[in-house]
Design a protein around this ligand. Structure first.
Ligand code: UDP
Length: 492
């Protein structure tokens, strides 16, 4: 399409942000636009196989490796991703270390060929807006969230309705197309920072991110028009049209290895066993349970989930990520003999699960998800019914979108946000084993309508990224916009 374009992509080093941006790099480069992705050595190790396979297939992707000074900022050596932090209380150290990438990038900027035409950056990597200003190119934000979340956030910022409410008082989100009732305790940290000093500190950072983001040239969203039409239209109106929905990105990964290595080059030791086990199960009979890359259930809450799954008698895959509570969880699993009790019917995956492979397997009929936006859109694109168990950030918004707007899920009954930084706080149980069990049974046995909605959305997702589909058209419009801007600047 254009040989003089080069889109500089700067992700936040965290799976839920890096995975979609790598997909996005591939997507843009398929339109014959060069992309340069900024990444650090450990992340090159982790995601390099996927990127190198794309490069070997002829896509114009370049990897710009910058040093991440982990140990200089009090982080373990090699800790270059937020999911590798020993404690989320070290996230400030992580962000401070990330700031050192700015100078490194500015030092090599003029050597990049073709000269970058724009920066597409995760909104959390705020310093990239200064780099864009310095080199006078558009700063485009990749916001790894839905337009529903964008709009709800915008309307709350304007109305400030939440400021007058107590934590558990139900209220309708202002200005939305559907009647969406929530409580303040379910809102993201920007509106519901928690009570501690850490929460207040983070609120300031979130406000700064928000302020910076408002100055962006435009926004790229991993969504598609058929999924959240009214919300996309309204958000576009607010942003004077500069919103491009070009997803769902996960659909881009067609071959098994790309699907399996999305997020981690190391295939889990039990990968082959897992796939064989899935092959042996009936169509739509298995529930896949994964709460993303960051969420850590407390041991008591994990136990309720596990026992609820057992009681449902439905075949399941459960991804175990204990973080600093891993040993406690493993101790319970061993003492309770959980795995031997569910042997043959339930499979536990420790560490990284090949989520897109699992979701696209014909045996998987439902997805118990924390509603991170990537997982949400991956579940929608796979056509599975969803059981929603939001934890933090935008996840309660995504739950509403799935359950109320799209109609492809059922809530398990989470009541409030669990702030990531409160990892040692309450050992409380929000969802009981009966809630888990009943919800699963409902979706697996009576969920025909839900499943039909899911299958319909899967078809829409497939169409969106085909030639001439809504996301494909939007991608071309985005590229044309940047091309016009670049040409105008060259002519001036
Ligand atoms: N993921 C995965 N295996 C895991 C955990 C997560 O493949 O064991 C992927 C998942 O497919 C998604 C991303 O990691 O693409 C997680 O992003 P999401 O927005 O759902 O949640 P987050 O991890 O940011 O909370």
């Amino acid at each position: 399409m254009s040989s003089n374009l080069n889109f500089l992509i700067v992700p936040l080093m965290c799976p839920g942000h890096l995975i979609p941006m790598i997909d996005m790099a591939k997507l843009i480069s398929q339109q014959s636009v060069a992309v340069t992705i900024v990444i650090t050595p450990r992340n090159v190790e982790r995601y390099g196989s996927v990127l190198n396979r794309a490069i070997s297939s002829g896509l114009p992707i370049r990897i710009l490796q910058l040093k991440f000074p982990a140990s200089e900022y009090g982080l373990p050596d090699g800790c270059e991703s937020i999911d590798d932090l020993p404690s989320f209380n070290l996230s400030k150290n992580f962000f401070d270390a990330s700031y050192t990438l700015q100078k490194q990038l500015e030092d090599v900027f003029n050597e990049l060929k073709p000269r970058p035409s724009c920066i597409i950056s995760d909104k959390h990597v705020m310093w990239t807006s200064d780099v864009a200003k310095k080199f006078q190119i558009p700063w485009v934000v990749f916001d790894g969230m839905s337009c529903f979340t964008q709009l709800a956030t915008h309307n709350l910022c304007v109305s400030k309705i939440h400021e007058k409410l107590t934590d558990f008082e139900p209220f309708d989100l202002p200005g939305l197309h559907d009647k969406i009732t929530m409580t303040k305790s379910q809102l993201p940290g920007l509106f519901n920072p928690g009570n501690g000093d850490r929460g207040k500190e983070l609120k300031k950072v979130r406000e700064k991110i928000r302020e910076t983001e408002l100055g962006a040239y435009g926004t790229i969203i991993n969504s598609f028009e058929e999924l959240e039409t009214n919300y996309i239209n309204e958000f576009k109106r607010i942003k004077q049209g500069r919103v491009w929905c070009i997803g769902p990105f996960s659909q881009l990964n067609k071959n098994d290895l790309d699907k399996a290595q999305r997020g981690s080059k190391d295939l889990n030791n039990e990968h082959d066993y897992l796939i064989k086990w899935l092959d042996s199960q009936r169509e739509n009979s298995v529930i896949y349970v994964c709460l993303g890359s960051l969420a850590r259930l407390t041991p008591p809450q994990f136990i309720e989930l596990a026992l609820g799954l057992e009681a449902s008698k439905i075949p399941f895959i459960l991804v175990v990520k204990g973080g600093n509570k891993k040993e406690e969880i493993e101790k319970w699993l061993a003492e309770d003999r959980f795995e031997s009790r569910v042997k043959g019917r339930g499979v536990l995956v420790r560490g990284w699960a090949p989520q897109v492979v699992i979701l696209s397997h014909r045996a998987v009929g439902a997805f118990l998800t924390h509603c991170g936006w990537n997982s949400t859109i991956e579940g929608v694109s796979a056509g599975v019914a969803m059981i929603t168990w939001p934890q933090f950030a935008d996840q309660f918004f995504n739950q509403r979108l799935v359950v109320q707007v799209v109609g492809s899920g059922v809530e398990v009954g989470a009541k409030k946000v669990l702030h990531l930084e409160d990892e040692d706080a309450a050992n409380e149980i929000q969802v009981k084993r009966e809630d888990v069990c009943n919800c699963i049974k409902k979706v697996m046995k009576e969920g025909n309508e839900i499943r039909e909605r899911s299958k319909y959305m899967k078809k829409m997702a497939e169409k969106a990224i085909e030639d001439g589909g809504s996301s494909h058209v939007n991608l071309r419009l985005f590229i044309e916009d940047i091309m016009l801007h670049t040409n105008k600047c060259l002519a001036a």
